[in-house]
Design a protein around this ligand. Structure first.
Ligand code: SP5
Ligand code: ZN
Length: 355
């Protein structure tokens, strides 16, 4: 198992996120990845690799994200500081948004004011952006591209071990602690360079709204997500069971919303249903946006999985016998995050090597 490791992740280090009218400490912290690395040092399930700097990364980004959004992200910090010199000491967060009914008619007049641009490209105020965000997120996307390339070269399983996460980011927006959609970048890369059909199975606690949206009208990348019911759980505005894709992509998206409080047995039975759907699609590769916020100890989520269950999750994923890219997503019970992540990878390895 090749594990592509984002060594620049610490450049992204948010201070606070807006939650119900106040700023609270960020959940998505650099120590998350440190815990995975120290667990990998104890249980080396794969080799750690820094992605090459010779990837055609910009093309891979443009195949998923719009060029105006990428231009926004790459200059956002500079523009934020230009708004006011004091901003150099505070993270950028949006505070004004174009609701669909409001902006739909004037897409021809995007705002010049940067505070407004932040609202144009972000769907929440929980995703702080700072000086190192673009560099860190871009290196994470390089991990995703490298993981896809290694799969094409014949690896059975690869990992984009990175933060910030990606699955909430759309073609032209950030949110949910995400900036570049690493899972979508890997899936699109696989599709474009090798495979005819790719499946995405998102097992983060939160619906993978960005990935669903990016591939919503496509039949060649089947997106499946198991997550907290958006009626009560973030990201709220997408992720219902009746969202099945549109146009040529109709029938190629499937959501399994489950109520807050769901225990492993029910979650696992749902995973088995999702695996059957994916198997019926007969993809040539699988991308797993791997969130560990389904854990019982997660401070912001509501499922009840225990650490040992993640070994079984890994084994179940391996049972598909598909070349698989994992991208690291959420999981905020920081001190158990390493154990839970490596349990999935170890469980996957265990099943892959058994007859
Ligand atoms: C990748 C991912 O898992 N993103 C999740 C984004 C969730 N953002 C909103 C969470 C609000 C949590 N507020 C908790 C306050 C605790 N007192
Ligand atoms: Zn999540």
């Amino acid at each position: 198992m090749k594990i592509f490791n984002n060594q620049l992740h610490q450049l992204h280090r948010g201070q606070q996120e807006m939650y119900r009218g106040r700023l609270v400490d960020c959940h998505e912290v650099p120590q998350r990845l440190d815990h995975v690395l120290s667990e990998l040092a104890k249980r080396p399930v794969g080799q750690l690799i820094t992605p090459s700097t010779h990837l055609n990364l910009d093309a891979a980004l443009r195949d998923v994200h719009t060029s105006d959004y990428l231009a926004f992200l790459s200059t956002a910090w500079e523009e934020w500081v230009k708004l006011s010199p004091d901003n150099a000491n505070r993270d950028a967060l949006p505070s004004v948004w174009p609701l669909p009914g409001m902006h739909a008619f004037r897409m021809d007049k995007p705002p010049v004011n940067f505070a407004a641009k932040l609202g144009q490209y972000a769907f929440d105020a929980g995703t702080p952006l700072m000086a190192g965000t673009w560099t860190a997120a871009r290196e994470g996307a390089a991990c995703a591209v490298a993981a896809a390339q290694a799969l094409i070269a014949g690896e059975k399983a690869t990992v984009a071990l990175t933060r910030p996460p990606g699955h909430h980011a759309g073609a032209a927006y950030m949110g949910g602690y995400c900036f570049l959609n690493n899972a979508a970048i890997a899936a699109q890369y696989l599709r474009q360079h090798a495979m005819h059909r790719v499946a995405v199975l998102d097992i983060d606690y939160h619906h993978g709204n960005g990935t669903q949206s990016i591939f919503n009208d496509r039949p060649d990348i089947y997106t499946v997500s198991i997550h907290g019911d958006p009626l009560t759980e973030y990201p709220f505005f997408l992720g219902h069971a009746d969202e099945r894709g549109s146009g040529a992509g109709e029938g190629y998206n499937l959501n399994f919303p489950l109520p807050r409080g769901t225990q492993f047995e029910t979650w696992y039975a749902t995973l088995q249903r999702a695996l059957q759907v994916i198997s019926d699609f007969s993809p040539q590769a699988l991308v797993v946006p791997l969130g560990l916020d389904t854990y019982e100890g997660d401070p912001i989520s509501g499922f009840k999985l225990k650490s040992e269950h993640y070994l079984q999750v890994g084994r179940a994923l391996a049972s598909l016998r598909l070349p698989t890219v994992f991208t690291l997503e959420g999981g905020y019970a920081v001190s158990d995050f390493g154990i839970n992540t490596v349990n999935v990878l170890e469980g996957y390895q265990y099943d892959s090597i058994s007859p």
